[in-house]
Design a protein around this ligand. Structure first.
Ligand code: NAD
Length: 271
């Protein structure tokens, strides 16, 4: 049985984009277990979204599924309207939806470049803008949170680590980092907190080839000083903290949840 102490997000309303898979699903689950009602956004595979909702409900949480392609302005606006119709407002946005379309730079098509930018960067802009407009309209409700609203942008260690063969992805995540910091600066006086989470290697469908065989996992572990590949729940727990009043004085920060991947592990022996 959950107690009040375990529910730092009691009474809050959260929207998680791309929440029917991998990290987004774990974030939705963690927020729900912390007491938030959660919109599970999905663009494909409604069944996975509905299964997640049943799991959340079985644990005593509340969630609804809302379809939207985050790169499409009208669909994003419609998604927020559906949330407001259901629950009145929003307290927490988690910009999680993201894709990779990998290619060697010399072969990368404009389509591959645009697809990644549209989802990973424009999608975060469209959702953050809708959430921020609502936070400003509604203001702080002290019984719910010290802040008028919280935005958490899921970026990647590739917001700082260059990534050959994935330049569209790395450029989008570097963009997410300065997007996050710039809106944090602009919105702080309105009591809106904006932060990022930069995951390292987390076991999800997006990077299955990097961990699905023992050989691949051993290669990957060479990049991770903490000597384990991350789990989606590692990101879920960090998100709960950034969404809660426990982190009330934190804004404009990238929280690296990466087992030390950004510690230049190659320099452990040498340099
Ligand atoms: P995933 O492929 O399991 O999940 C991505 C989710 O985004 C899916 O639900 C997908 O349907 C959704 N999505 C894609 N395009 C969308 C669109 N246009 N509109 C709405 N939703 C859309 O992968 P994941 O690893 O869970 O990735 C989640 C986030 O974490 C991404 O932003 C990714 O870049 C980031 N990330 C992942 C890792 C990792 O190691 N897995 C590391 C760093 C960052």
């Amino acid at each position: 049985m959950l107690t009040k102490k375990d529910l730092p997000l009691d009474g809050q309303r959260a929207l998680v984009t791309g929440a029917n898979s991998g990290i987004g699903a774990a974030i939705a689950r963690s927020l729900a277990m912390a007491g938030a009602k959660v919109v599970v956004n999905y663009v494909v595979n409604e069944q996975a979204a509905l299964t997640l909702i049943r799991e959340i409900e079985a644990e005593g949480g509340q969630a609804i599924a809302v379809h939207a392609d985050v790169s499409q302005e009208d669909q994003v606006q419609n998604m927020f309207q559906q949330m407001f119709d259901a629950w009145g407002s929003i307290d927490i946005l988690v910009n999680n939806a993201g894709i990779q379309r990998d290619a060697a730079f010399l072969d990368m098509s404009l389509e591959q470049w645009d697809q990644v930018m549209n989802v990973n960067l424009t999608g975060q802009f469209l959702c953050a803008r809708e959430a921020a407009r609502e936070f400003v309209r509604r203001g702080v409700i002290p019984e719910i949170s010290c802040a008028a609203g919280k935005i958490i942008c899921i970026s990647s260690v590739h917001e700082v680590i260059p990534w050959a063969g994935h330049v569209n992805y790395a450029a989008s995540k570097g963009g997410v980092m300065l997007f996050m910091k710039s809106i944090a600066q602009e919105l702080a006086h309105l009591k809106i907190r904006v932060n990022g989470i930069a995951p390292g290697a987390i076991k999800t469908p997006i990077n299955k080839s990097a961990w699905e065989t023992q050989e691949a996992e051993q290669q990957l572990l060479k990049l991770i000083p903490y000597e384990r590949v991350g789990e989606p729940s590692d990101i879920g727990r960090a998100t709960v903290w950034l969404a809660s009043d426990d982190s009330d004085y934190v804004t404009g920060t990238s929280l690296f949840v990466d087992g030390g991947m950004t510690l230049y592990p190659g320099f452990r022996e040498g340099g």
